[in-house]
Design a binder for this molecule. Structure first.
Ligand code: SAM
Length: 235
């Protein structure tokens, strides 16, 4: 319902500005101040980021790239290093501040880094990415979100999410999935078929996909490409 969705969003924003910021900032770093579960999540997440970079290619000069829910800039910064003009945003002001700090440390320039709910972001970009953010979106909101992401991209889209499979649903039920961090926010799994269908309806075809699964981290990454406009439109 609408009420539930708004509550989720407030909860997510509060969490990632508060206790969640410290926790995820540590996970998304080289700090030794992490437990074995967090270390496992760090490795899984790094594999997802590496995969996006691998698929995106080395030379991103002249590309515009919009990274939604950028976190601490784990993807936005290396993408900018490869020459893309990166617009990074996150609903959490603390995350955006950390992205700015890390970009500066790395001597990397981002086109912009702003605090924004990704549903309020507008524009047209060659590439749009939304990595490990959909876990905060309930099923009924996922389709509108995919539609919005597709509307921002003129060519490519990278999305990752925790896939809804019987095995992961059971793990989530018994509390074995996303232990710790997600106990303070609700975690939503999404059916791959539903996401692919939403992309298809928005005019995007999945080109490749990869599941990264460690003990505590599960993320299915999809790369989708915009279908060329129908020939009839040009006639
Ligand atoms: N994409 C980053 C990465 O892979 O390194 C961060 C992933 S982290 C698990 C999820 C991020 O999504 C958090 O930084 C959170 O603040 C952000 N987020 C959640 N809901 C959002 C929304 N509606 N709009 C923008 N950011 C959002």
């Amino acid at each position: 319902s609408k009420k539930q969705a708004i509550d989720d969003k407030e909860e997510v924003e509060t969490y990632f500005n508060g206790v969640g910021f410290g926790r995820w900032n540590r996970i998304y770093s080289e700090s030794e101040d992490v437990n074995t579960v967090q270390l496992d999540i760090r490795k899984g997440h790094a594999a997802t980021i590496d995969r996006v970079l691998d698929w995106a290619g080395r030379d991103l000069a002249d590309k515009t790239w919009c990274d939604l829910g950028c976190g601490v800039g784990s993807l936005a910064i290396p993408v900018a290093e490869r020459g893309a003009a990166v617009s990074a945003s996150d609903i959490s002001a603390a995350m955006v501040a950390e992205t700015r700090r890390r970009a500066e440390d790395a001597g990397v320039r981002l086109a912009d880094a702003t605090t924004a709910d990704m549903e309020a972001v507008a524009g047209a970009f060659d590439v749009v990415s939304c990595v490990d953010v959909m876990i905060h979106y309930p099923t009924d909101k996922m389709k509108d979100l995919v539609d919005h992401l597709a509307g921002l991209s003129t060519d490519r889209l990278f999305v990752s999410f925790a896939p809804k499979t019987p095995q992961y649903q059971l793990l989530k039920y018994i509390g074995g999935l996303f232990p710790g961090p997600s106990k303070t926010t609700r975690a939503y799994l999404h059916s791959e078929a539903d996401v692919v269908d939403a992309l298809d309806k928005a005019g995007f075809d999945v080109q490749q996909q990869h599941l990264t699964a460690t003990n505590f981290y599960f993320s299915l990454l999809l790369e989708a490409k915009k279908r060329p406009a129908a020939a009839a439109a040009a006639a």
